[in-house]
Write a protein of this length. Structure first.
Length: 401
């Protein structure tokens, strides 16, 4: 096999307890006028106010935008951009969960290039660099602090939409696991399971022929040597830390492992991409309005079972990383972990109506960039079978095929 790898990442990644206190120094190197994007709850948080004060103490003018909403409605990104124009920021800081970081990315694009979010849907549509962007995650899950993706919700479409461009990878990411210490158990579980799903799908994605120019033709190129390194590291860290972080939220070591795992998973799927679990979750989420992380984590055991004939070596490597004897033990172990931390076991448990299974399968097949990344093909009739198995909890049936 030809050794091939590619990596897209922030210019600087700073990780560790207390590292949020570097924000002022980092911002001062990148601009003079900082727009700090967060949500209403965090805007009143003591840690957040202390970070803003640091930026001001470093000599920057600061405006706080606390208007981020869950799933980033397109209209909210437009409104935030228009509200910021008179301030004329030259650096954008996103502080918060994945929605806050995605909002900051979108605002940076619109301030830098104009237009509307719809102009940038898809891959490689952002025409050039955006203004400096700093990401400070307060949850451990999406990996948005290191990825080339911003996900938005568009009322004019039934599914979420994405802007995918290397230009929106944050310039600097500051990952301080102490900011997650107060994250409640349910959110910790959903976010961490999302991260573990990112890592598994990146590690088991299709491996494409490394033709020259592959990374310029696709944002997500499939599994490769560098993404595999980060994905497997992420799986090990999340396996070690996630359950403990859910049951003992004050355990700083577990929190650090989970945040590092989420960041490593972001570095992995930021080039490798995700696959069928994410494709199916988009229509499921649109119908059930359940958390993205709960949906993809519910689905990943079924998707792994479907892919098992194609990912035997990967399952064996995962087994070694998490201390199991063989690849055959991996899917039951991941499913059991998710059950212990409260992830729904079936699509029925997520609230999906049985009469919508056909629509979900049809819509999932239409998300070509993800389905094409899956290591085993999913033609429409097989997608219907996979979705049905995930609805009825028929994991063993998939494992036997």
């Amino acid at each position: 096999m030809t050794l091939f790898g590619t990596l897209r990442a922030p210019r600087e990644l700073i990780f560790g307890s207390g590292q949020r206190d570097t924000l002022g120094k980092v911002a001062a190197k990148l601009g003079k006028r900082a727009l700090v994007v967060t949500d209403e709850r965090l805007a009143g948080d003591a840690d957040f106010r202390a970070m803003v004060a640091q930026v001001e103490a470093a000599g920057l003018s600061v405006r706080v935008d606390g208007s981020t909403l869950p799933d980033v409605p397109v209209e909210s990104a437009v409104a935030s951009t228009e509200a910021a124009r008179d301030f004329a920021p030259d650096v954008v800081v996103g502080v918060g969960g994945g929605s806050c970081l995605d909002m900051a990315k979108c605002v940076a694009v619109l301030l830098s290039h104009g237009g509307k979010p719809q102009d940038y849907y898809g891959e490689f549509m952002v025409p050039g660099p955006v203004m400096p962007l700093i990401a400070v995650p307060t949850t451990a899950g999406t990996g948005s602090e290191v990825t080339p993706v911003a996900v938005l919700s568009d009322a004019g479409r039934q599914l979420k939409v994405g802007i995918s461009s290397p230009h929106i990878i944050p310039t600097v990411s500051i990952c301080d696991p102490d900011l997650t210490l107060t994250c409640p158990p349910t959110l910790t579980a959903i976010a961490g399971a999302d991260a573990l799903t990112h890592a598994i799908e990146a590690f088991s994605a299709i491996r494409r022929a490394p033709t020259p120019g592959l990374a310029q033709e696709r944002v997500f190129v499939g599994k490769n040597a560098t993404s595999d390194h980060f994905a497997l590291t992420a799986i090990g860290l999340l396996w070690e830390g996630l359950e403990l972080a859910c049951t003992d939220g004050g355990n700083a070591e577990a929190r650090a492992r989970v945040m590092m795992g989420a960041t490593m998973a972001g570095l992995a799927f930021g080039v490798a991409g995700t696959a069928a679990a994410h494709a199916i979750q988009y229509p499921v989420g649109a119908l059930t309005h359940t958390a993205h992380g709960a949906g993809v984590a519910c689905l990943i055991p079924y998707v792994m079972a479907w892919n098992a004939t194609e990912i035997g070596p990967e399952l064996d490597q995962i087994a070694t990383a998490i201390g199991l004897q063989s690849g055959a033990e991996v899917i039951p172990a991941i499913s059991a972990l998710f059950g212990r931390i409260g992830i729904p076991r079936t699509l029925r448990d997520l609230g999906l109506a049985e009469d919508r299974l056909g629509w979900v399968a049809e819509q999932s097949c239409g998300i070509a960039r993800l389905i094409q990344n899956n290591p085993r093909p999913l033609p429409p009739e097989e997608m219907r079978r996979l979705v049905g198995a995930a609805f009825h909890g028929e994991l063993a049936e998939l494992e036997s095929n």
